[in-house]
Design a protein around this ligand. Structure first.
Ligand SMILES: O=C1O[C@H](COP(=O)(O)O)[C@@H](O)[C@H](O)[C@H]1O
Length: 250
C-alpha cells in the first residue's frame, strides 16, 4: 500500500455521503463481478455505515449488481444473541439485506452468543474458520470492498485504542471481551485481515469524528488511532462529510 493509492473525498453532508457510498458500492461490486464473477463485500456497523446501506436499499441502481453472486461479511460484530437490535448484522438486515435477492449461504453472519455460546474467542475462531474456508483453506477471501466506520476515538471494526488486538499479527479474527464501547463482547477482523481487501473505505460523518479522522490521515500511531492502520491492497478511500473532514489539513 502506498500513499498514492489513498484518496480523501469530502461530501457536503452526511446524507450526500451516505448516497455517494451507496452509489460507489454499486459500481465497485458490478465491476468486481464483471472481472471475477463474484464479489465479496465486508460491511461495517455504525451510524453512517448503516445509513449508507439504507441509501443503497432506496437506490434503483442496486439492480446493476447480481446479488446472487455477492458474498457478505462483517468487519466486526457485537457478540449478542441472534436478532439482537444492537448486532451489526441485524441492523444491516433491517437497512438493506432483506431487500436484496441474496443467497442465504452467501450471507456470512458472525456467530451469535445464543448459538456459539458466550466465549468470544470461540466465536472468533469459528468466523475465522468460515473466512478461511471461503478463501480456499487459509486466511480470508480477496475482499473487493471492506467498509469501516471510524469511532470518535479512532477505532475501526472493534479494534480500540490501547488494546492489544490492534497489534495482532497472526490471527484474522480476534475475540474482544472488554470493548470500551458497549456492548463489551465483540469479535473483529484484525488489521492484517483488513489489509487483504482490494479496497478499504473508511466512512465518517460528524464533527465528533474530526480529530480522529485528522489523526488517522496524518499517520498517527495505530495503538492510539487504529484507523491509521487500515489500508487496502489497491486503494484506501476516506469518505467523509465536511464536518468529519474539518480538522484535516490536506
Ligand atoms: O461499535 C461500532 O462502532 C463503529 C463506529 O460507529 P459510529 O456509530 O460511531 O459510526 C463501527 O464502525 C463498528 O462497526 C461498530 O461495531
Amino acid at each position: 500500500m502506498t500513499t498514492a493509492a489513498r484518496r480523501v473525498l469530502v461530501h457536503p453532508s452526511a446524507e450526500v455521503l451516505a448516497n455517494a457510498v451507496a452509489a460507489r458500492l454499486v459500481t465497485a461490486l458490478a465491476d468486481a463481478q464483471a472481472e471475477r464473477g463474484e464479489a465479496h463485500v465486508v460491511l461495517t456497523g455504525g451510524t453512517i455505515g448503516t445509513r449508507a446501506l439504507a441509501a443503497l436499499a432506496q437506490s434503483p441502481a442496486r439492480e446493476a449488481v447480481d446479488w446472487s453472486r455477492v458474498h457478505v461479511w462483517w468487519g466486526d460484530e457485537r457478540h449478542l444473541p441472534a436478532g439482537d437490535a444492537d448486532r451489526n448484522c441485524t441492523q444491516a438486515e433491517e437497512a438493506l439485506l432483506r431487500h436484496l435477492p441474496l443467497r442465504e449461504e452467501n450471507v456470512h453472519l458472525p456467530p451469535a452468543a445464543d448459538g456459539a455460546g458466550p466465549d468470544v474467542d470461540a466465536a472468533a475462531r469459528a468466523y475465522a474458520g468460515e473466512l478461511a474456508a471461503a478463501a480456499g483453506g487459509d486466511g480470508v477471501p480477496d475482499f473487493d470492498v471492506l467498509l469501516l466506520g471510524v469511532g470518535p476515538d479512532g477505532h475501526v471494526a472493534s479494534l480500540f485504542p490501547g488494546q492489544e488486538f490492534v497489534h495482532e499479527a497472526q490471527r484474522t479474527v480476534v475475540g474482544v471481551p472488554d470493548s470500551p464501547k458497549p456492548p463489551p463482547a465483540r469479535i473483529s477482523l484484525t488489521l492484517p485481515a483488513i489489509g487483504r481487501a482490494r479496497q478499504v473505505w473508511l466512512v465518517a460523518a460528524g464533527a465528533e469524528k474530526a480529530e480522529a479522522v485528522a489523526a488517522g490521515l496524518a499517520g498517527a500511531d495505530v495503538g492510539s488511532i487504529p484507523a491509521a492502520g487500515a489500508a487496502g491492497r489497491e486503494a484506501t478511500l476516506w469518505l467523509l462529510d465536511e464536518a468529519a473532514a474539518s480538522r484535516h489539513s490536506g
